[in-house]
Design a protein around this ligand. Structure first.
Ligand SMILES: [Ca+2]
Ligand SMILES: [Ca+2]
Length: 384
């Protein structure tokens, strides 16, 4: 992430708190595409609507929503992700990545605290690690402590160059879904994707990106949030292209930030010599990923391969299907010389639009319902 600016500019979620669904457009930002707005604006919630999800039969993640209904809703609205044909770092999934990963600890003011903790950890192996830094007397955990400036932290070391490419097997292109009740009386759907490396203006290991769909109680899409560079861009649904109920988002080349169009995203595959941009309508400029279960990936040469589908990961306090990586509070790449050349955090500790008090906006914006937000939305300790 973090290599360019959004065409519409970032609108901080905090600034819009209380007005979500009322103001959709940033000042000076006009809708540039409007396709399938009936679907986008709410003509097509799943049968039974969002209300059906609040009649929970099985609620293993304790958010007040029926788990199967969460997943069904997520499948219906799952995005089409357009990657550049020039993308150097393709998506992958957590389990494939961890196979080649090394968990370590670093305190940059106390070299004797540095340690290799585990090689090829599984998801559970990321948790319940404790490091004591003798210089400061600090005790840091791998599933609660968050290092504000990435100075004293657990981290997954940058993987070797060939693995930075990501998965050439598109069945590994997993999309991780976080669904929860929101303060509009509806459901927020977050779609997270993971990359082993970010090769852009500021390179770093471990990159997580997401878009959020904020559904109202009637099942209509009130707002689309795209994780930007330092803030979350809040868009009216009419600013995106839709294929039925599926929003189309464009991933910045190398940096992976989600955008509403391919404008300014470099690509290969144009007929003309010189600069070339990603276009949804020019197959040779893009890799088209359908993120829903059973969806496919279409490559610039026309080849079609299976996609990785969706996985409803549950909540940080109660992960589903063994996705305990949510609780890992360290970095997904090595600490670098600078903040922006260091690995980033996973979804539940994500830095984008994080509030000064540590509230993880990218994970918890507008969260309502029975979840314990004190536990769900803040790290349990903050380090330097
Ligand atoms: Ca649930
Ligand atoms: Ca959930």
């Amino acid at each position: 992430m973090r290599s360019a600016t959004s065409r519409c500019g970032g609108v901080g979620v905090a600034r819009l708190a209380g007005f979500v669904g009322v103001f959709g457009l940033a000042a000076g930002c006009h809708p540039f595409v409007s396709r399938g707005p009936d679907a986008a604006l709410g003509a097509g919630p799943p049968s039974g609507g969002v209300a059906a999800c609040f009649r929970a039969a099985v609620d293993a993640d304790h958010d007040g929503l029926d788990d199967a209904c969460e997943t069904e809703l997520a499948e219906r609205f799952a995005p089409v992700v357009i990657h550049s044909s020039a993308e150097p770092n393709l998506p992958t999934d957590v389990d494939a990545f961890l196979t080649h990963a090394t968990l370590a600890f670093r305190d940059d003011s106390c070299p004797k605290a540095d340690a290799i903790v585990a090689r090829s950890p599984d998801q559970d192996g990321l948790l319940r690690r404790v490091a004591h830094s003798p210089c400061s007397g600090s005790t840091v955990t791998s599933d609660g402590s968050r290092s504000l400036r990435k100075h004293r932290t657990f981290f997954l070391a940058d993987v070797a160059k060939p693995l930075q490419r990501g998965s050439l097997d598109s069945r590994r292109w997993r999309t991780y879904v976080h669904a929860y009740p929101n303060d509009l009386g509806g459901v927020t759907l977050q779609y997270w994707r993971f990359y082993a490396f970010n090769e852009a203006g500021t390179s770093h290991g471990g990159d997580w990106e997401a878009l959020h769909l904020v559904l109202r109680a009637d099942g209509a899409v009130a707002t689309v949030r795209l994780l930007g560079h330092a803030s979350i861009d809040e868009l009216d649904p009419r600013e995106l292209t839709w294929e039925g109920l599926h929003p189309v988002v464009f991933s910045e080349v190398g940096g992976h930030t989600s955008r509403a169009s391919g404008d300014g995203i470099a690509a290969e595959g144009c007929d003309a010599l010189g600069y070339c941009e990603v276009s949804r309508d020019a197959p040779r400029t893009r890799i088209r990923q359908e993120s829903w279960t059973g969806g496919t990936v279409t490559w610039p040469d026309g080849q079609v391969t299976p996609g990785g589908g969706l996985l409803n990961v549950g909540e940080k306090s109660a992960p589903l299907k063994g996705q305990s990586f949510l609780r890992y509070s360290g970095l997904w790449g090595s600490p670098g010389r600078f903040y922006f050349t260091s690995g980033y955090w996973g979804p539940a500790f994500n830095e984008t639009s994080m509030r000064r008090d540590g509230f993880v906006t990218a994970w918890c914006a507008g969260m309502a319902g029975p979840l314990d937000r004190a536990h769900e939305c803040w790290p349990s300790a903050v380090e330097r």
